[in-house]
Design a binder for this molecule. Structure first.
Ligand code: MLT
Length: 239
């Protein structure tokens, strides 16, 4: 079995999706936020591409449990209930709710992964738990880094490296070159992944917006046991 890592959505061949176990990463912050929301008791998360699609879906669902969340330029979208800070997604706010979310890169990446045999959402927080579930699938694993508007993102690559490292403790894998370099990069920073993430382009943007606490939160390894699974357009906690 193989592990490959793609650093942006550009040029991912269909053969790397179809019939593979996919792990989608947008550690700053979409996949961390979705993991946090599900851990806090949110029933399900529906990822959509645009704010307009989110608003239209809320009208169509006619369900008072629905919340709208997400960001543009890292900030809450006007008229939405929540932004994209994982720390907003507390049990008091999201338990028993359904969340429709749209983010700049993360939700695009999740939608791109549709067609995978199993699609999991990974972050630093749930990396060890996601690796255990992915390894149990006994298939080739494709890790997709969401990147930032089609640019390489250090923080997603670092998280991909954590996943490759964790998968290595679960089974025998052939590492494609992207997976090998991601693992080696994680090893360089394993003592302090938060410091590396603070230096990333997106980490620095979040710090400049006063959201440095989010970077710190998103860099903590193994704090969540929740494994979000995307299936049929909906993300739920693995049951
Ligand atoms: C994204 O999807 O681009 C992000 O999660 C951006 C963010 O809110 O930090």
């Amino acid at each position: 079995m193989e592990i490959e890592v793609f650093t942006t959505l550009n040029g991912i061949p269909d053969e790397a999706i179809n019939n593979k176990t996919i792990i989608v990463i947008d550690v700053l912050r979409a996949t961390t936020t979705i993991t946090t929301a599900l851990a806090a008791g949110c029933l399900e998360v529906i990822p959509v591409l645009t704010p307009e699609e989110a608003i239209e879906m809320r009208q169509r669902l006619e369900d008072e449990r629905v919340l709208l969340g997400g960001e543009r330029n890292a900030l809450k979208i006007p008229g939405f209930d929540l932004g994209n800070s994982p720390q907003e997604y507390t049990p008091q706010v999201v338990a028993g709710k359904r969340l429709i979310i749209t983010t700049t890169n993360g939700t695009r990446a999740i939608r791109r992964a549709a067609g995978g045999r199993q699609v999991l959402l990974g972050a630093m927080s749930n990396g060890p738990a996601v690796a255990r579930v992915a390894a149990a699938g006994a298939a080739d694993i494709t890790i997709i880094c969401s990147g930032t508007r089609d640019h390489f993102s250090l923080e997603d690559f670092l998280t991909a490296g954590l996943l490759v490292e964790e998968l290595g403790t679960q089974g025998e894998y052939t590492l494609r070159d992207g997976a090998r370099v991601a693992r080696d990069y994680f090893r360089l920073h394993r003592q302090n992944p938060g410091a590396a993430m603070m230096e990333s382009y997106h980490g620095r943007l979040l710090v400049s917006l006063g959201l440095g606490d989010d970077v710190d939160y998103c860099s903590r390894v193994g704090t969540a046991a929740v494994v979000p699974v995307y299936n049929g357009g909906i993300i739920k906690q693995l049951g």
